[in-house]
Design a protein around this ligand. Structure first.
Ligand SMILES: Nc1ncnc2c1ncn2[C@@H]1O[C@H](COP(=O)(O)OP(=O)(O)OP(=O)(O)O)[C@@H](O)[C@H]1O
Ligand SMILES: [Mg+2]
Length: 769
């Protein structure tokens, strides 16, 4: 048998070797689903399948890249580069560019990002004279997105009584008109938003049987990762691409379905059998990623969900340390503790910073973490912040790139028509756009025939518009002539004075903007170099734009230097790290306050925590704070209900943890004893307690700044000693209770009064005997 097959367990081998028809690999986290997909592709390549006839769809660009690299390592770059492998969006964009004319678009259509969509929606709401407090652009945007992902056209929307009725009840009866207007404006602008990439691919395949058949014959095998997070549109496209050939392999885990807010439907996976009666189901059970403790903890959590396919997931890796659960007083302290713990672990393990990730529920949580990491000089990379391509100066340049390819792109035009300033005022722009709307054409069409339209503009304004038009026309001509992407990009940045307008200003912000523009040019150059290597012929700005318009923030900074990763749990899907820190595990944050109303919403949040925990290979810490600054004020927080779902045997709690009874004032020690009793009994018999003085497992961190506070054994202590505790300050030991297995000390603190502490957790320094 081939070498690569030996690198799989028997269940995985079965899944890889099976090529008899549609197949679903359903298995828990870390059990090798992605590995099976990767090896299956290698297997197909080794058995005569041509690489360009294999389509592999992933959820993120990062996942696609990792899979490609892996395959490259096994079959070589020349073959791997020919695979159709990428995210749903990037593959569909590729298909749509080829057949754009079939759906009424030109092949140079541009992509509206979220900001463009929102800006257009705002304009429409304003033009229709609607109240943007009722018709909130974000609400409208998400309603339109939901409709598109369910493949509901504006006309079908208008005919769908239940939807219209729901809008009326929500006091937004004109949503449908906004959708229609938005749809039309995008079309006129020759632009597609992200949802359109799915929407139009569906339309293309549905309405053009010959194109559908072409792809059905062309792709001999289709493989999809993370199938649990596909939405209806994606599900349908996959089945249209498959046709009757049914050479389909999808992998997924219903317990990790976390994208229902984007229309992902867990039922797609549950109902696959209906779409493919000859579907074969494969299960994988052994988790190779994580320690037993981590897997057991994650299993005990997810077992609380009612809706799920029963699965057995076990690990044969080391038992490992328990998941640390750490409470802090505030989000600041939490950030401090995390940074502290990272330094500690890094010193002990000598591993790379790349093996550390801090996961949070919302992006807003990153700021404080960043601050404390910077203070400690811990290098980090943040996924989900403002990506390179979302920075203002870069977006300005890209808007010009877009115009040079598709001048009908109204949002790009609006963005830069007066940037850098060229005396085209807001009124002029508004009149121009108004005229375009009324005539159902793009602003560019008006500019090209301005005498024919009644714009109501004065000659001076018209002259300025025309010189803008002439400049854009030059760029279009360069592209038409076939100039390479880099020279067009360079010409644009010079000719528009994007760069020179920044040079006069010597502020650090302006210098960094100049650097970003230079970086963008370097990016274009690099893009050409890479593509040339791959042997692709076209090196135009269109190709560059296709790539960057789908680059998410998660892809932008590929730095070689090692760094820890900060990201949302959603973004962490499919990834793994030695050490994972999950922060802000509090009510109203995790589960999110917006996802607390229904059982299914809570179950999704629970799955999210399951995903977070299962990213960890050897060490996992969960933290929550008692207070947090959110939405402009400091709020009191209580520990997440999910903490109680995890079997306490797999948790290591620091003193003071009170999540077991968040609503009652209890002595933290009693609480600790209560929640830990079964575990303590168990562990004393089998493995040594991770808390014992000789354990090689580091106790949970304290809030102490790395000083000389430490843990002490009972024999060192005597009553009357003066100590300084990391959290409570100075005080005198009044009692040492050695009667129980766990020694407790009573300390009379100068400021906070009498506290009982569990010695094995208490970090303090002895000031005087
Ligand atoms: N048979 C095996 N032998 C050695 N390592 C394995 C084996 N199977 C999987 N692994 C390793 O286990 C880890 C998890 O595998 P993989 O990422 O494929 O799991 P997954 O099921 O896709 O996880 P997730 O549900 O998080 O996406 C990877 O590091 C992978 O290389
Ligand atoms: Mg995976």
């Amino acid at each position: 048998m081939e070498d690569y097959i030996q690198q799989l367990n028997v269940q995985q081998q079965d899944a890889v070797l099976y090529t008899g028809g549609p197949q679903l690999v359903i298995a828990g986290a870390g059990s090798g689903k992605t590995r099976v997909l990767t090896y299956k592709i290698v297997h197909l390549l080794c058995h005569g399948y041509e690489p360009w006839r294999i389509l592999a769809l992933t959820f993120t660009n990062k996942a696609a890249r990792e899979m490609r690299e892996r395959i490259e390592g096994m079959v070589g770059q020349a073959t791997a580069s020919k695979l159709w492998m990428g995210t749903f969006h990037s593959i569909f964009l590729r298909i749509l560019r080829i057949h754009a004319d079939r759906i009424g678009f030109k092949s140079n259509f541009t992509i509206y990002d979220t900001a463009d969509s929102k800006s257009l929606i705002k304009t429409i709401i304003k033009d229709m004279g609607l109240d943007d407090k009722i018709y909130k652009p974000s609400t409208v945007a998400s309603a339109i997105s939901t409709a598109k992902n369910a493949l509901i056209s504006p006309r079908q929307y208008a005919e769908a009584r239940d939807i219209m009725e729901a809008d009326r009840r929500a006091k937004r009866p004109r949503l449908c008109e906004i959708y229609q207007a938005y749809f039309n404006r995008c079309f006129v602008a020759g632009a597609m938003d992200f949802d359109d990439l799915l929407y139009y691919t569906n339309l293309l395949l549905r309405d053009n049987p010959e194109i559908r058949r072409h792809y059905q014959e062309y792709f001999r095998y289709i493989l999809v990762d993370e199938y649990q997070d596909t939405n209806f549109a994606q599900h349908l496209i996959v089945s249209q691409l498959c046709g009757d050939a049914h050479n389909l392999c999808v992998v997924g885990d219903d317990a990790q379905s976390i994208y229902s807010f984007r229309g992902a439907n867990i039922r797609n996976i549950l109902n696959l059998k209906k779409s493919y009666p000859d579907l074969r189901i494969f299960k994988l059970e052994q988790n190779y990623r994580s320690t037993q403790n981590i897997i057991n903890a994650a299993n005990s959590l997810i077992a609380k969900n009612k809706e799920q396919i029963p699965k057995n997931v076990f690990s044969r890796n080391d038992i490992g340390a328990r998941i640390e659960v750490v409470q802090s007083y505030s989000d600041y302290e939490e950030a401090f503790l995390v940074a502290n713990r990272i330094s500690q672990l890094k010193m002990r393990n000598h591993d790379s910073y790349d093996e550390y990730a801090v996961l949070y529920r919302t992006n807003a949580q990153s700021r404080i973490l960043e601050e404390s990491l910077r203070k400690r000089n811990i290098p980090y990379r943040i996924y989900g912040g403002l990506s390179f391509y979302q920075r203002k100066e870069v977006k300005d340049a890209i808007a010009y790139f877009r115009l040079s390819i598709n001048p009908d792109d109204d949002e790009a035009l609006k963005r830069v028509i007066n940037y850098p300033a060229r005396g085209i005022g807001e009124t002029t722009v508004n009149r121009l756009m108004r005229c375009a709307m009324d005539n159902r054409v793009s602003a560019w069409a008006i500019l090209n025939n301005i005498d024919k339209y009644d714009t109501g503009l004065r000659q001076a304004a018209i002259n300025k518009l025309l010189s803008f038009r002439d400049m854009i026309a030059e760029f279009i001509e360069m592209n038409r002539r076939g100039d390479d992407a880099e020279s067009v990009a360079r010409a644009i940045i010079t000719r528009t004075q994007l760069l020179s307008s920044l040079i006069s200003d010597r502020t650090p912000e302006s210098i960094s903007k100049q650097e970003n523009l230079q970086e963008l040019l370097a990016g274009v150059k690099e893009f050409i170099a890479n593509k040339t290597e791959e042997g692709t012929e076209s090196l135009s700005l269109v190709d560059f734009l296709s790539e960057v318009s789908l680059a998410t923030d998660q892809d932008s900074d590929e730095v070689s230097e090692e760094r820890i990763t900060l990201m949302t749990v959603h973004a962490a899907k499919g990834l793994e790290f030695n050490n994972v820190f999950i922060v802000g595990v509090e009510e109203e944050l995790f589960p999110s306050a917006m996802n607390c109303d229904t059982l299914s919403a809570i179950e999704e949040e629970r799955r999210l925590l399951y995903v977070a925990i299962t990213r960890a290979k050897s060490h996992c810490m969960i933290s929550y704070a008692s207070s947090r600054f959110r939405n402009g004020q400091t709020k009191t927080c209580s520990p997440s209900r999910f903490l109680k779902d995890i079997d306490p045997r797999y948790l290591a709690l620091s003193a003071g943890n009170d999540f077991a009874r968040p609503d009652s004032f209890i002595n933290p020690i009693d609480n600790y004893r209560e929640s830990m009793r079964p575990r303590v009994e168990r562990t004393t018999r089998s493995t040594p307690s991770p808390f014992s003085a000789h354990s090689n497992v580091t106790p949970t961190p304290s809030s102490s700044p790395a000083g000389d506070e430490d843990l002490h054994s009972a024999s060192e202590l005597s009553e009357g000693m003066r100590i300084e505790h990391s959290r409570f300050g100075k005080g005198d030991i009044t009692e040492i209770d050695r009667s129980a297995a766990d020694v407790r000390i009573t300390v009379e603190f100068d400021t906070v009064g009498v506290k009982k502490l569990l010695l094995k957790f208490a970090r303090f320094k002895i000031i005087s005997q």
